[in-house]
Design a protein around this ligand. Structure first.
Ligand code: ATP
Ligand code: MG
Length: 251
């Protein structure tokens, strides 16, 4: 029997200050190499779900299993990319931002290999070498997100967790970054869980789409994406799928 890469089993999370049932009975599985998108209205527990998988929070009930092992704390096998354009260390250069987590986690054989790895991932996300010594304040929003993605990928995590990573960039940049992420996903075969507010983004990216509802945060439905790639919004199947997801979110 094949074991899922990631199992989220009956996850509930209750916060006490203020009292809120952020999640109730959330269960799903993610296979190796999956690109799972989570969509749902504000406050339905999307970020909480990622934070529980990352090990930043402990569930009130239920568990998260990664390769069959229970998640109890954060670790470099689960890297997170956030929406916030200020997630980089402002006092470190681009290269050192990517290098630092590799150093503190003592990944790769030696410093030369860590530097080579950091540079390799910066090139992979499309950042040119002459920006390696630039500081975050010298980068555009899109470039900062590229660095954040390179920093996460360089850890070679088992699962890449992305919480609305393109939510703070303009529409044009967002489209470009979506295509770049798909290219990287295809090249690296990474397992990705990607949270977004944007139905179109979920359809373009996801192999599967999990729709959350609110009060309490829970799963309404899980869809296999019916579209082959590349996915074009002009395709009638795209439109139908969009309508289905929209109707569910409107409930
Ligand atoms: N640390 C916390 N303490 C108390 N309540 C919290 C905490 N974190 C989240 N919540 C609550 O849990 C619920 C789910 O929050 P969460 O951030 O997971 O939602 P979300 O789906 O990511 O929303 P958004 O789309 O706005 O980012 C909300 O009601 C929120 O107020
Ligand atoms: Mg959120």
């Amino acid at each position: 029997m094949s074991v899922a890469k990631l199992t989220v089993r009956n996850l509930s999370k209750r916060f006490h200050h203020p009292p809120v049932q952020a999640l109730q009975g959330v269960s799903f599985q993610v296979e190796d190499g999956d690109f799972v998108c989570i969509i749902g209205p504000s406050g339905c527990g999307k970020s909480t779900t990622l934070r529980l998988i990352a090990g930043f929070e402990h569930p009130t009930e239920g568990e998260v299993l990664l390769d069959g092992e229970r998640v109890t704390e954060p670790g470099p096998d689960r890297a997170m990319v956030f929406q916030d354009l200020n997630q980089l260390f402002p006092w470190k250069t681009t290269l050192k931002n990517v290098l630092y987590p590799l150093q503190i986690n003592r990944l790769y054989k030696n410093e030369a290999e860590r530097v080579a790895t950091a540079k390799r991932y910066l090139r992979m996300v499309g950042l040119e070498e002459n920006f390696d010594q630039a500081f975050p304040h010298q980068l555009s929003g899109g470039m900062k997100q590229r660095v954040a993605i390179a920093r996460a990928l360089a850890l070679d995590p088992k699962v890449l967790l992305m919480d609305e990573p393109f939510g703070s960039v303009d529409a044009q940049t967002r489209t470009t970054l979506q295509q770049e992420l798909l290219r990287i996903w295809e090249a690296t075969q990474k397992t990705i869980i990607f949270v977004t507010h944007n139905i179109e983004e979920a359809i373009i990216l996801g192999t599967r789409i999990i729709v959350f509802g609110t009060n309490p945060g829970r799963i309404l439905e899980i869809f296999d994406n019916p579209l082959s790639r590349p996915r074009l919004p002009s395709d009638p199947v795209f439109g139908e799928f969009w309508e289905t997801l929209f109707a569910l979110l409107k409930q």
